[in-house]
Design a protein around this ligand. Sequence first.
Ligand SMILES: [Zn+2]
Length: 222
Amino acid sequence: MTTVGFNQQVCKVCGTKSAQVEMGMRSLWKPYELDGRPSDSYRSSLYMMMQRCISCGYCSQDISRAVESAAVSIASERYKKQLADRSWPDTATAFMCASFIAEDAGDFSAAGTWAKLATWICEDDRTHGDHALIARHRAIAMYLSAREKHQHFAKGEVAELLLLIDMMRRCGNFDELAKLAAAAQELSSDETERALIQFQLDLVEDGDFGRHTIAEAMESID
Ligand SMILES: [Zn+2]
């Protein structure tokens, strides 16, 4: 169960004290869709994951802690631009800002995951399709960098490839997807994984850019 409360937090970057939402216990998400997105019943906790300093705009799960380079990230043009851009949903902006901070600190795995969460927030509101695409492209780029640096973002290499494959399909990046699918097929000897790869390739064949659940993919095995 997740409990939510307010707590006075001192921003690690600028020292300003403010009331911030604090989740007592993180919900244990179960991935529901092929990109790991949880079902609707867990979605609300996404909106309470981020704290934002009211003074300097530092965005983090816990603003009382910060990586050393956070102050430099917050002062950067892209961070200030994102924070000032009111066309994005606030929560998505907080995730994008956290993604910038993680990238600047060399944590590409976290940078990818924060951008992926920004994508989900944008997709909760159909009017933010363009923003969802920007965030998803960023998540893919960060995860590809993570792979180069041997940083992990899913359980096992095939799981990482499957995540990237789904995100690329959602962006219509079918050429790159085909290369990753071939690599995943080469690596995997697991029947479920192989079925998930084939399910993705079938969706590509149908020109399907949409959201699909893991349950749907599993049904296709039967
Ligand atoms: Zn601050």
